[in-house]
Each structure stands twice: as C-alpha cells, then as structure tokens.
Design a protein around this ligand. Structure first.
Ligand SMILES: *Cc1c(COP(=O)(O)O)cnc(C)c1O
Length: 229
C-alpha cells in the first residue's frame, strides 16, 4: 500500500461516519478498534500519533509484550480479542483493559479472581458463536443470558456486551441475518444489565453492513495496517 497508516485510519473513520449516516445513526456511538496483531510496535506508535487509542490484540504473549513496551502511552486502551485459555487468565487480567473473547464462565471467573485490586474492573464482552460452526469459539446465543447473569455478579469484571465473528462468507444476506440476530441479543442484554453498551461486530470487509445492523464497535486490522503474513 502506498498510503500511510494515518491516511488509512482516516479512511476507516470516514467509512464509519458514512455508514452511520446511511443508517441514520450517530457516528460517535461507534468506536474503532485498531487490530494490530502480528504488526510491529512502530506501526502502533504511528496509529497512536494519528490519534488512535483503542487497540486489539489476538495473542496473549504478543499483546502483553506490546503493552509493556508501550506503557508510556498511558491512554491506550488494550483489548484482547483472541481465544483465551484458562492458564493465561492471570497475565491477561493484569495487563489488558478489555477482554472481548470471554467464551465460557470458567474464563470469566479466572479473570475476576486475578484482576488486581489496584486496577479498575476488567471490561468484558461475551463472545457469541453466531455461525454455529463447531470449530469457532463462543457461546450460543441461547446461552447468553444465563452466562451474563453469572458474569454480572463478578465484582472485578464490568460486563460491557457481546463480541462475535460471523461466518466466513461473501453472502451479504447471510451475514446480515447473523448481524441482526446478534443485535437482538444485544438489545435484550442491554435491557437487563445497565453496564452493557457494546456490540463488537464488523471487520475490515464488512464494517458498513455491521454498522447498518447496529454495531457499536468495529474491529479493523487489514484496512489500517495492511495484510498479515
Ligand atoms: C484479526 C481480527 C480482526 C481484524 O480483521 P481484519 O479483517 O484484518 O480487519 C477482527 N476481529 C478479530 C476477532 C480478529 O481476530
């Protein structure tokens, strides 16, 4: 790509604004998570210099290394969006600001037990497996409410909403149907829990469709940082 990270960030923000306007929504109700997995620190610094503050990482060790190296940039908000095993919960609870990939109660409990008292409660999203593919992580939409009920009782966690990765398809009708089902789950969750404000769905290729269907946070990697190896 011949463009700079600052330019690509700007066009990602423009896409969010245009999509919000077309959907009669307020652009400032939709946040941009810059997904920096596999990309070097220097690229994160460039995005930060261009004004970006929310960053998403997939791999625990890589994420923790970056958080430590960039600890002087105090207002970065770090989100874990990749699969989390229970033996990694302690290090994650000590470093990240958000975990969007909470896919079962055991993970929530471990994060809660390991969140240090001198840090604010850890923000969490429950990951929903909307495609129903058994290879994907996440709970079924049918399990969302009972799990949320339990998570909401954990005092070191702050239940913020839902994260989902839709089916890997170019079929917009099928994708929109999954986004709508997630949005319905989000609306119900919001009526039950005051802390809920986040529906994390939409990636580089489907930002507009996700926003048309109620997303409040899009997770964009490739369109900002370029292709990954
Ligand atoms: C990698 C990743 C993204 C970003 O995907 P792009 O297609 O590069 O925008 C978003 N969400 C999750 C969970 C990811 O793993």
């Amino acid at each position: 790509m011949n463009t700079t990270i600052a330019e690509r960030l700007n066009s990602a923000l423009e896409t969010i604004q245009d999509s919000a306007r077309s959907a009669n929504r307020q652009p400032n109700n939709i946040s941009l998570l810059a997904v920096s997995k596999t990309k070097p620190i220097t690229m994160i610094e460039q995005a930060y210099a261009a004004g970006q503050r929310l960053f998403g990482e997939n791999y625990v060790q890589e994420g923790v290394d970056k958080i430590q190296q960039l600890s002087s940039l105090e207002d970065i908000e770090w989100h874990l969006i990749g699969p989390l095993q229970s033996n990694k919960c302690k290090v994650v609870a000590r470093h990240f600001d958000w975990v969007q990939s909470v896919d079962r109660l055991k993970i929530a409990t471990r994060l809660n037990d390991n969140r240090p008292e001198d840090m604010p409660p850890l923000n969490v999203c429950l990951q929903v497996n909307i495609s129903g593919e058994t290879t994907k992580s996440g709970m079924l939409l049918e399990e969302l409410m009972t799990n949320a009920e339990q998570v909401s009782k954990l005092s070191r966690l702050h239940l913020r909403g839902i994260m989902a990765i839709p089916s890997n398809t170019d079929n917009e009708t099928a994708l929109a149907e999954e986004f709508r089902a997630l949005h319905a789950g989000f609306v119900e969750l919001k009526t039950r829990f005051n802390s809920v404000d986040t529906l994390s769905m939409g990636m580089s290729r489907d930002v507009a469709l996700a926003i048309a269907n109620g997303s409040t946070m899009v997770r964009v990697g490739t369109a900002i940082f370029g292709k990954r190896n």
